[in-house]
Ligand binder design. Structure first.
Ligand SMILES: N#[N+]C[C@@H]1[C@@H](O)[C@H](O)[C@@H](O)[C@@H]2O[C@H]12
Length: 445
């Protein structure tokens, strides 16, 4: 038995655009993902979040699944365009009322709502004015936080300002693989900085509520394929991990990366604001990153601006996303955080999970043994990190439901519950029953 500490929070996570659908209902405005997914070629099979899991209408039945799992917490995101359809200006009361119903139902079930303010669905009206490359979006986000804090501040116990600012900036504005589909290195750096500043502006606002405040970053231990690739690996670690961890936890950008990027866009006071004390750090972990320097002839030019390429070691098992399955990377990552960042607050694993080729058998079951093995391996690594002294307070499996997997559309299933998108029928996979048992035991059998 690998028991987690007493009071450990067991949860599952989702995000608004990936599950809600009803993208035009009750006053919701368009987001950059509505625009991007409607762009031919942007998303696999031309999939969009227009219907998704129809969760906006079926949320009560989905919350019954949370009770079935026995989780003590549920992480979900608010759709900014439901609350402020134009990003600023007029508040849409229907949007606030919807999320108030969700929060109240969770509390009535004895489930802690963990609310993400921004999980990538920027109101299109703000993108029309430059989006995250426009410094004015910082103030728009702060106002959004004020509106949400006023409406829900007395009943949300944990706030997450941003989900994965590295993806929002470097994938949305750097590679163009995500919304808004811009491929420009300087735009990525500006967006990253303004996202961090928006986080810093929202923290004092949310601190006025009764809830704890944190941010979620996606982190990945970076390994050189050969010793000659060590410099390239350090640059990728600098981009993917330290460019966010250093400002958030140490109040500075990493010097080596400032030099590499020639970055000079921080204004007086920005770094102090970004480094506002956190009650917790949300960590999303999926895999390690293996890197070769740019002058090596390798596929996957994931980081052209860094003169480095991501390499997927052939010998390692992978998920359907093509990511290597490396549970010990989670332990390695958490121990590194504790070692490198003395100011590390308590950690929540806000996402961990995997996509596999789920098969509904003739008896109507999904025997997703690979997902069970993935989760078991990562929970064991998490227990190792806790044994090593890392203060981890909770774990959220990604995800409750199969859902819209961004540029991969509906072709990648991460859920504990299978969704038949033609009928919207939810079906518990074997991993859902397994996870419910782990939650009940407060640890691995
Ligand atoms: N890909 N993938 C799965 C998962 C994605 O569905 C989430 O929205 C992100 O926060 C994070 O990237 C992880």
């Amino acid at each position: 038995m690998r028991a987690m500490p007493e009071g450990f929070r067991w949860g599952v996570a989702t995000a608004a655009y990936q599950i809600e659908g009803s993208v035009s209902a009750d006053g919701r405005g368009p987001s950059i993902w509505d625009t991007f997914s409607a762009t031919p070629g942007a998303v696999r099979h031309g999939d969009t979040g227009a219907i998704a899991c129809d969760h906006y209408r079926r949320w009560k039945q989905d919350f019954a699944l949370l009770s079935e799992l026995g989780v003590s917490a549920y992480r979900f995101s608010l759709a900014w365009p439901r609350i402020l359809p134009e990003g600023t200006g007029q508040v849409n009361q229907s949007g606030l009322d919807h999320y108030r119903r969700l929060v109240d139902d969770l509390l009535a079930r004895g489930i802690e709502p963990v609310v993400t303010l921004y999980h990538w669905d920027l109101p299109q009206a703000l993108q029309d004015r430059g989006g995250w490359t426009n410094r004015a979006t910082i103030d728009a986000f702060a106002r959004y936080a004020e509106v949400v804090a006023e409406a829900l501040g007395d009943r949300v116990p944990r706030w997450i300002t941003l989900n994965e600012p590295w993806v929002s900036s470097f994938v949305g504005y750097g590679s163009g693989r995500h919304a808004p589909g811009i491929a420009d290195g300087r735009s990525a750096l500006l967006a990253a900085h303004h996202l961090l500043c928006a986080h810093g502006a929202a923290v004092p606002v949310l601190r006025e509520t009764s809830g704890q405040v944190g941010v979620t970053v996606n982190l990945s231990p970076v390994r050189p394929v050969t010793p000659e690739d060590a410099d390239a690996a350090r640059r990728v670690d600098g981009c993917q991990n330290r460019w966010f961890l250093d400002p958030l936890l140490a109040g500075r950008y990493p010097e080596d990366m400032i030099e590499w990027y020639g970055f000079a866009d921080a204004e007086p006071g920005d770094l102090e604001s970004i480094a506002a004390p956190l009650d917790f750090l949300g960590v999303n972990y999926y895999t390690r990153t293996w890197v070769a320097s740019g002058d090596r002839d390798v596929p996957h030019p994931v980081h052209p601006s860094l003169d480095a390429h991501q390499v997927l070691p052939e010998k390692l098992p992978r998920t359907l996303m093509g990511w290597t399955i490396e549970p010990d990377g989670l332990r390695e990552l958490l121990v590194r955080l504790r070692t490198d960042y003395p100011g590390l607050p308590p950690v929540l694993i806000t996402e961990n999970g995997a996509a596999f080729d789920d098969y509904v058998d003739p008896e109507g079951g999904v025997d997703d043994e690979e997902r069970i093995a993935f989760l078991a391996g990562h929970l064991s690594a998490l227990a190792d990190a806790i044994d090593a002294g890392v203060d981890v307070r909770g774990y959220f499996c990604w995800s409750l439901l199969d859902n819209f997997e961004w540029a991969e559309g509906y072709g990648r299933r991460f859920g504990l519950y299978h969704v038949d998108y033609a009928t919207q029928h939810r079906l518990a996979k074997a991993s859902a029953r397994w996870y419910a048992d782990v939650v009940k035991r407060n640890g691995l059998p």
